[in-house]
Design a protein around this ligand. Structure first.
Ligand code: 3PG
Length: 250
């Protein structure tokens, strides 16, 4: 029998999701559709009776905005929110800003899939002198410089996300708190890989849809008993397929 649960939420559609550009640590806002998606997630969580004690987000605007719009619907703006760079999207290196389809035209769909979904092959890194080096961004001032990435594969993302899971999120859950985690496609893929022990091969096919609440249930040792998405399952399947197709040539 399930003893604990947690809800994960990928942010709603961002401006760069809409433009189909690699985003990573680039800070963009939600698109109008993303705002509507975030509100819909809040309404759904409310309708299903979810009530939270603690919220976690990344330090990227699209995740924070998603929580704020959802909170408005749930009437829970008062909740404590802990923001951490460790929940950020995977850093997309020198691909950040490029259009995903155009990149597939140029380098091939297979290469783009490797960059997007492989476990241990990172995209080409940002040049350290690039103005976009996270070391130049004051929001990361407290992060040790050697922990700040110039690119990341999923394996690198796992290395910085999972300690945060153990040190903060898992502790709260075990203390009986209902926790909502609002994060990103690949930071959530890292957590799912860890919780379900997904193989490096199977993780290639895992796509997380925008702004659909993902509920995990656990036993008393926080061992995963399974997970499910809230909402219309056919719609959710289409949304996941759309994410996978972002890397297709036009
Ligand atoms: C991005 O950073 O571009 C997206 O948020 C996730 O992208 P992906 O689905 O291409 O990994």
């Amino acid at each position: 029998l399930a003893k604990y649960r947690v809800v994960f939420l990928r942010h709603g559609e961002s401006q760069w999701n809409k433009e189909n550009r690699f985003t990573g640590w680039h800070d963009v806002t939600l698109s109008q559709k993303g705002v509507e998606e975030a509100k819909a997630a809040g309404q759904l969580l409310k309708k299903e009776g979810f009530q939270f004690h603690q919220v976690y987000t990344s330090v990227l605007t699209r995740a924070i905005q998603t929580y704020n719009y959802a909170a408005e619907e749930m009437g829970c703006h008062y909740l404590p929110v802990t923001k951490s760079w460790r929940l950020n999207e995977r850093h997309y290196g020198a691909l950040q800003g490029l259009n995903k389809s155009e990149t597939a035209q140029k380098h091939g769909e297979d290469q783009v899939k490797i960059w997007r979904r492989s476990y241990d092959i990172p995209p080409p890194p940002l040049d350290p002198t690039d103005a976009r080096n996270p070391a130049n961004d004051r929001r990361y001032a407290d992060v040790p410089k050697d922990a700040l990435p110039l690119t990341e594969c999923l394996k690198d993302t796992v290395v910085r996300v999972i300690p945060f899971w153990h040190d903060h999120i898992a502790k709260d859950i075990l203390a009986g708190k209902n926790v909502l985690v609002v994060a990103h496609g690949n930071s959530l893929r890292s957590i799912v890989k860890y919780l379900d022990n997904v193989s490096e091969k199977d993780i290639l096919e895992l796509n997380i849809p925008t702004s659909v609440p993902l509920v995990y249930e656990f036993d008393s040792n926080l061992k995963s008993l399974g997970s499910y998405y809230l909402g219309d399952q056919e719609e959710i399947r289409k949304k996941m397929e759309a994410v996978a197709k972002q890397g297709a040539k036009k």
